[in-house]
Design a protein around this ligand. Structure first.
Ligand code: ADP
Length: 256
């Protein structure tokens, strides 16, 4: 338990550091992009190409700092009652565009509402992150299945959560799966096995933080060569009062 709280504290301060840096960088990038815009009117020929390269790089840097800010939770968010089914059906089009033609997306929302206390934008972010990872794990195509349902937890032996009713979001893929080594480090900030222009290693650590703050839990099952399943449990909104922006202390599974 000691080891875990040290880890949690370390994650927390890493988040604060990353957030502070990202915040300052964001402002600087805004200045760079702003002046690049001014210059765009004055510049022609080869210089215009150079300028557009500067802008592209600054744009990419901005999306990176955006991810860092999200990870560090610098942006305040509003918590409301959200039906997980709507998150799934509402994102369908974006997800289909994201995964490309070789991957089939199957959405199976539950037949009844699956309400949780959370921020809608963050839930969208969770789903998008999981589906992007599924896509990246299936370079030769495959199937992603997104499901929602409601489940009952009776004792904490299987999942470290208080007993009660939970909303469940499941994202499965038929991708490469992962080694035990990767599975152990999956939720660590900045851990990635992807080339640096593709992966930041912030996707799952951000998901982990959002789920933890909402009083939930994320679990993963993966088999090399077969595929991976992520299961997110969030307290059912009809059962409990909304949790605050900061939930109970998080337990980092990387230490287990
Ligand atoms: P990123 O996607 O930027 O690498 P993440 O935190 O989202 O960062 O993921 C960390 C690592 O976990 C990935 O680089 C990959 O090795 C592994 N991973 C995540 N999702 C999957 C998946 N569905 N199948 C196989 N490996 C995965």
């Amino acid at each position: 338990a000691m080891e875990r709280s040290v880890r949690a504290a370390r994650l927390e301060s890493l988040g604060q550091l990353a957030g502070g840096v990202a915040h300052d960088f964001n402002n600087l990038l805004a200045i760079i992009l702003n002046y690049a815009d001014f210059l765009a009117d004055a510049v022609t020929g080869e210089a215009a190409g150079d300028l557009s390269r500067i802008r592209d790089a600054a744009d990419r840097a901005r999306s990176l700092t955006g991810q860092l800010l999200l990870f560090a939770k610098r942006e305040p968010t509003e918590v409301e009652v959200v039906d997980l089914n709507q998150v799934v059906t509402g994102s369908g089009e974006l997800l289909t565009r994201t995964i490309g033609a070789d991957i089939r997306l199957v959405c199976r929302p539950c037949t009844f509402p699956v309400p949780v206390h959370a921020n809608r934008g963050r839930l969208d972010q969770i789903l998008l992150n999981l589906v992007i990872n599924a896509r990246d794990a299936m370079p030769d195509g495959g199937v992603v299945v997104v499901e929602t349902d409601v489940t009952e937890i009776r004792d904490a032996a299987d999942v470290p959560l208080p007993p009660g009713r939970y909303a469940r979001l499941t994202v499965s893929d038929t991708g490469t799966g992962m080694t035990a080594e990767v599975r152990d480090r999956l939720f660590e900030p900045f851990f990635t096995t992807k080339p640096s222009d593709r992966g930041t290693g912030l996707g799952l650590s951000t998901v982990y933080g959002i789920v933890g703050d909402a009083g939930g839990h994320i679990g993963v099952d993966s088999t090399l060569g077969i595929g991976t399943t992520f299961r997110i449990l969030l307290p059912h909104a009809a059962d409990r009062e909304p949790s605050g922006e900061r939930g109970p202390e998080r337990v980092c599974p990387a230490g287990d």
